[in-house]
Design a protein around this ligand. Structure first.
Ligand SMILES: *[C@@H]1O[C@H](CO)[C@@H](O)[C@H](O)[C@H]1NC(C)=O
Length: 209
């Protein structure tokens, strides 16, 4: 019992944010990654560049079937985010484009910079909360909820999001179901979508089954 309590306290301690011990813990990509993130780079080797992400610069080309380009500033691409519980992404949507229904391990706030989009999420009671956003509007998608963005304007749309995790993940629901290695038969059974439609989705999304 005593050792159980000790183990519990220990696991509590190791899960505490490193902010108590360190100003920052820039990721050292050469070391193995654990559930809490990366090990810290030698502070003597940390430079200002580690704190700056330049991947949002310039124009983004949109080539996928949904009509979006998402640039993820997550800890695997932006080492200074490691351990800080925060990240960002840039969303570009072509005219008529969408970011299809997806989720993260975290919450997300979005701010619309250009264009006009409908943004929304669906809660665990299947209630959909969606709204047409104007430039400057901010919306939050609570932790792990399925959410989406649809360009309803006449020009390409641009938005930035922030997520309260350094590596919050991105799981697009339809590509997960039909663009991966899930067999057609299982995909059909677990969605009630017809075999023909499963085949059509797999063709569009490039699944390997
Ligand atoms: C997003 O845009 C960048 C820059 O144009 C490009 O390199 C990348 O391939 C694009 N990604 C997708 C999924 O279209």
């Amino acid at each position: 019992m005593k050792s159980l309590v000790f183990f519990f306290i220990l696991s509590l301690l190791v899960s505490l944010n490193h902010a108590i011990e360190l100003d920052f813990c820039v990721a050292d990509y050469s070391l193995p990654r654990g559930p809490e993130g990366y090990a810290c780079k030698d502070p003597a080797k940390v430079t200002a560049d580690d704190f700056v992400y330049t991947g949002f610069r310039g124009e983004k080309s949109i080539t996928n079937v949904f009509g979006f380009n998402v640039t993820l500033a997550f800890s695997y691409a932006y080492p200074a985010l490691n351990g800080l519980g925060i990240s960002m992404a840039r969303l570009d949507l072509a005219v008529g484009g969408v970011v299809p229904v997806h989720s993260h391990r975290t919450s997300e706030v979005i701010v619309l910079i250009k264009g006009s989009i409908i943004a929304g999420f669906i809660d665990t009671n299947d209630n959909a909360y969606y709204k047409k956003l104007e430039v400057g509007d901010v919306m939050i998608f609570p932790q792990a909820m399925l959410h989406f963005q649809v360009n309803v304007g006449k020009i390409p749309a641009l938005a930035f999001v922030s997520l309260n995790g350094a590596n919050p993940g991105l799981q697009l629901t339809t590509p997960s179901l039909f663009g991966g290695n899930l067999p057609d038969e299982l995909a059909q059974k677990i969605t009630l979508i017809s075999p023909q439609e499963v085949k059509r989705m797999r063709k569009i999304l490039g699944g390997s089954s």
